[in-house]
Design a protein around this ligand. Structure first.
Ligand code: FES
Ligand code: FES
Length: 169
């Protein structure tokens, strides 16, 4: 089997890469492009740790062929921050203690970011539904749900939100 050259639009950059026709997008991101924020856990579409955005929608990159991504806009967790400045969602995960081992975090962030783009004020039930396909084995989910719900809407009665610079100002 021979590799072929494809061009992928990843985090607003065009990347030329040689792939086998059966390479997954996750393999290409991690092994060829050194974008290792997306994690492989189950490798079969169950855990959500490999979630990225394809044309703005959350997608399992372990189940997506790299060839399928040609002509789409891919965003990975590396594309959430603006340079050294974390997104509000990323900062909220830190402020709310929503990261333990971190293995699920990039997938959680990508699913949550897609939700917040469409619904910046989600209630708890909506957040839990949006993250229903993302498994975390450490946190018990409560802190993650809180971090997402409060990312764009810091709450006065939340001690973790009070550590956020936006609320302190
Ligand atoms: S590694 Fe892709 S869903 Fe688990
Ligand atoms: S923080 Fe460890 S799996 Fe979620």
């Amino acid at each position: 089997m021979e590799k072929i050259q494809i061009t992928l639009n990843i985090n607003d950059k065009l990347c030329e890469v040689m792939v086998y026709h059966n390479d997954t997008l996750l393999e290409v991101l991690r092994d060829e492009l050194d974008l290792t924020g997306s994690k492989e856990s189950c490798g079969e579409g169950v855990c959500g740790s490999c979630t990225i955005h394809m044309d703005g929608k959350p997608v399992r990159s372990c189940l997506t062929l790299a060839m399928e991504a040609v002509g789409t806009k891919i965003r990975t967790v590396e594309g959430l921050a603006n340079g050294d400045e974390l997104s509000d969602l990323q900062q909220s995960f830190i402020d709310h203690g929503a990261v333990q081992c971190g293995f699920c975090t990039s997938g959680m962030l990508m699913s949550a970011d897609a939700l917040l783009k469409n619904n910046p004020k989600p209630d708890e039930k909506t957040v839990r539904k949006a993250l229903g396909g993302n498994i975390c084995r450490c946190t018990g989910y409560a802190k993650i749900v809180e971090a997402v719900a409060h990312a764009c809407n810091p709450q006065d009665d939340c001690p973790d939100c009070k550590t956020d610079s936006k609320v302190r100002e």
